[in-house]
Design a protein around this ligand. Structure first.
Ligand code: ADP
Ligand code: MG
Length: 398
């Protein structure tokens, strides 16, 4: 009998008992302390550290109730996270935390402590530059996405994987918060500053073409089981330092269109860019972001093309015409999903600090309008964003 035979919401003390009982990781005489460091809305994250040896480990624990609102959320997300991290580590070694164990009863993923790397969103808020970012994140995406498609895998095996990563609850969150509510506020959840209310009424709710395109992108999100996505690849899921990066938190993973991941990365780079443009004027930083956005796209394309020729097995997909069509459709989705990500972070209820920390109302209005303008361009003219150059040109015009 162990107290961990039945699920309950763990405390810091429980985390210490848990790791001692479950894993032979620390020395018998270790002097362990635990702290809960979760900063999201969903789960609990404990770092357990041995004061003697300095060794540490991380436990990510899912409760049956959401951390923020207290409503229920399927704990299967924890299994999905554990399995997807393991899979990503196979395809992109070293770019995600190593998983040491997964416990379906307590809903715990025990993983490598990657505290050496810092939250990319926070780092970009202080205009830090990461020269290797485009290189590493493009590798991560190409290497984890393409191999999970049915161009590469046996189509039956791919369907089994797809079934295993049906992620109803978390997909529903994205369907609503990313694609539906920002355009039709049917739950009244949007949060819009008074000064931008008219602007949003006109430029978003009132733009029928935009609303249609959001619906088309949502339909793609729900019905194009192209690859096993990370599913939540915003800059708070990426931790970076000058050596490289680690991608965390794939609990939203499911089979969807690759452009959703690529678009998320690109869209999230535009927040600190707009912040700097309006509030700081750090030209070196802005230039780095512009080049990075462009490089993320171009390096994705370059690496995708190389890996495609190496690993695609589907005979019909091996024709150059198909390959070109396939990659183009990913790039279209990416531009569109970069746009939907930007809009949902500006007017939806799950905002980013890049916007909310702006205290001066006039500056906030300016940043929000700038971002919405970029997002609309990305969504409505997405067929034009087929390389990094088009992103660069759009940003240069602002
Ligand atoms: P949630 O899914 O609840 O949002 P995250 O996976 O985003 O949780 O983790 C929340 C925070 O916990 C992260 O922002 C990070 O600071 C910390 N964290 C998560 N996993 C690790 C890890 N393996 N090593 C170090 N810190 C981590
Ligand atoms: Mg999360």
């Amino acid at each position: 009998m162990s107290k961990f035979d039945k699920h309950f919401k763990m405390s810091e003390e429980d985390a210490i008992d848990y790791i001692k009982e479950k894993l032979d990781y620390f020395d018998a005489d270790a002097d362990l302390i635990a702290s809960e460091i979760g900063d999201g809305n969903i789960n609990y994250v404990f770092v357990v550290k041995d004061n003697k040896s300095g060794k540490s480990i991380v436990l990510k624990h899912a409760d049956i109730l959401l951390r923020s609102s207290g409503r229920e959320l399927d704990v299967d997300r924890n299994r999905i996270e554990a399995e997807v991290l393991a899979l990503q580590n196979k395809y992109a070694p070293g770019l995600v935390p190593k998983v040491y164990m997964y416990d379906p009863i307590m809903c715990v993923v025990v993983m490598e402590d990657i505290s050496e790397y810092k939250n990319l969103r926070t780092e970009l808020l202080s205009q830090k530059i990461f020269p290797k970012f485009a290189e590493d994140i493009s590798t991560f995406m190409v290497n984890t996405l393409l191999p999970t498609t049915d161009l590469v895998m046996d189509s039956g095996e791919k369907k089994d994987l797809q079934a295993s990563y049906i992620n109803k609850d978390l997909c529903k969150i994205s369907e609503d918060l990313v694609f539906t509510e920002p355009y039709i506020d049917y739950k009244g959840g949007n949060i819009i500053i008074d000064e931008n209310m008219d602007f949003v009424e006109r430029e978003i709710y009132g733009d029928k073409e935009l609303v249609l395109q959001a619906g088309i992108l949502k339909n793609k999100f729900m019905n194009n089981a192209q690859a096993l996505l990370h599913g939540d690849l915003h800059s708070g899921s990426i931790f970076a330092n000058q050596k490289g990066l680690k991608v965390l938190d794939p609990e939203f993973a499911f089979y969807g269109p690759m452009g959703y991941d690529l678009g998320n990365v690109v869209g999230n780079l535009m927040f600190p860019w707009a912040y700097s443009k309006v509030l700081v004027g750090n030209e070196e930083f802005e230039k780095w972001v512009e080049e990075t956005i462009s490089d993320v796209i171009d390096k994705f394309v370059e690496k995708f093309n190389v890996l495609y020729d190496e690993i695609v097995t589907d005979v019909l997909a091996k024709t150059p015409e198909f390959k070109k069509w396939y990659l183009n459709s990913i790039l279209l989705d990416s531009a569109g999903c970069a746009g939907t990500e930007i809009i949902r972070r500006v007017i939806g209820d799950s905002k980013v600090a890049d916007v909310t920390r702006i205290e001066n109302v006039d500056q906030r209005v300016e940043v929000e309008r700038m971002l919405i303008g970029l997002a609309k361009e990305l969504i409505k003219n997405r067929q034009e964003f087929l390389s990094g150059k088009e992103y660069m040109e759009m940003l240069k015009k602002v």
